[in-house]
Design a binder for this molecule. Structure first.
Ligand code: IPM
Ligand code: MN
Length: 359
């Protein structure tokens, strides 16, 4: 029997609740489709700060490296905001990304027909949305040097550096073009080339890569325009290719088109090694422990893992269909409630409903 090793990182806030649901569902799916999943849970984020004093312990890194995939829920809590930067949960996340060289962050945004009413935009604008944000994840201003803060005569001066090498741009552009080939043949590269040197290089390298993919239409948008286009006419997009910071911002905007950031999965991939699969949403400490969180983004992340990391496409499709059916029947977690005809359920109950459909 095929067997896969997953490192589970439940993290903080609602993380443990949605992980619980996801693990149960994966157990069911694997049994049904004749493979085995071995889970190993490891400390990460704020809970790791509490238990071992480090948001990304070495042991956790070793386990991640030795697994076939990493499934991460969410990290962060305002109670760690006062800690020095190297001790914060977010720093653990950035270290995880760079240690596993997860340069390609894939964030699909597809409208689920039964949820068009949950969007804050009019139905006619969102009903055809089916796009993917391909965000560079291990370079750019998040990691650029020099960075820091120094005292000057005029007071403190803080700085970061937005930097990309040709190689870094080419390898993420390749990912975007390959993805577009399997989809609707369009890449929109987002930069700020009217102002930034780093964006000028981004644009040049992207055009060079596009020469290899003649069948793919490449367009360019400045990031401010792209933000506007995402709310003006989001169905114009197929694959959006962009850098680390712009991708962070645009993927939140794109996420909201679906009505709830609680619906969106993501994959962070490297060329050779385990990927990390995680919901786009955060740890939502305000609703943690109340059993009202939406587990669907993590379930869809698990489906992405089944497809991309294990090639278990049938199992992944079965899981996605089960989720769609439950939504079609009107079941919603509180973040998705739109009218009286929907039936509100909690986190674990949503898990039980999906489990029932999987049988
Ligand atoms: C994300 C998050 C992270 C990011 C934070 C938590 C460091 O917002 O994954 O989009 O900025 O990349
Ligand atoms: Mn973000």
């Amino acid at each position: 029997m095929k067997s896969y090793k997953i490192t589970l990182l439940p993290g903080d806030g609602i993380g443990p609740e949605i992980t619980n649901v996801t693990q149960k569902i994966l157990d069911l799916v694997s049994r049904k489709f004749g493979f085995e999943i071995k889970f190993k849970e490891m400390p990460f984020g704020g809970s790791a700060i509490d238990s071992v004093g480090n948001p990304f312990p070495d042991k956790t890194l070793q386990e991640c490296k030795n697994s076939d995939a990493v499934l991460l829920a969410a990290i962060g809590d305002p109670k760690y905001d006062e800690l020095p930067r190297e001790k914060r949960p977010e720093t653990g996340l950035l270290n995880l990304r760079s240690s596993l060289e997860l340069f390609a962050n894939i964030r699909p945004v597809k409208i689920i027909p039964s949820l068009t009413k949950a969007s804050s935009l009019k139905e006619e604008f969102v009903k055809n949305v089916d796009l993917v944000v391909v965000r560079e994840l291990t370079s750019g201003i998040y990691f650029g040097e020099p960075k820091g803060s120094i005292k000057t005569e005029k007071g403190e001066r803080a700085f970061n550096t937005m930097t990309y090498t040709s190689e870094e741009i080419k390898r993420i552009a390749e990912i975007a073009f390959k993805l577009a080939k399997q989809r609707n043949q369009k890449v929109c590269s987002v930069d700020k080339a009217n102002v930034l040197d780093v964006s000028q290089l981004w644009r040049e390298e992207t055009i060079l890569v596009s020469n290899k993919y003649k069948e793919i239409e490449l367009t360019h948008q400045y990031v401010d325009n792209a933000a506007m286009q995402l709310v003006r006419n989001p169905s114009q997009f197929d694959v959006i290719l962009t850098g680390n910071l712009f991708g962070d911002i645009l993927s939140d905007i794109a996420a909201m088109l679906t009505g709830s950031i609680g619906m969106l999965p993501s994959a962070s991939l490297t060329t050779n090694g385990p990927g990390v699969f995680e919901p786009v949403h955060g740890s939502a400490p305000d609703i943690a422990g109340k059993d009202i969180a939406n587990p669907i983004a993590m379930l869809l992340s698990a489906a992405m893992m089944l497809k991309i990391a294990f090639n278990e496409t049938q199992a992944a499709n079965h899981l996605e269909n089960a989720i769609n059916e439950i939504l079609n029947e009107g079941y919603r977690t509180s973040d998705l409630m739109s009218n009286q005809t929907t039936k509100q359920v909690g986190c674990s109950q949503m898990g039980e409903l999906v489990a029932e459909k999987l049988k």
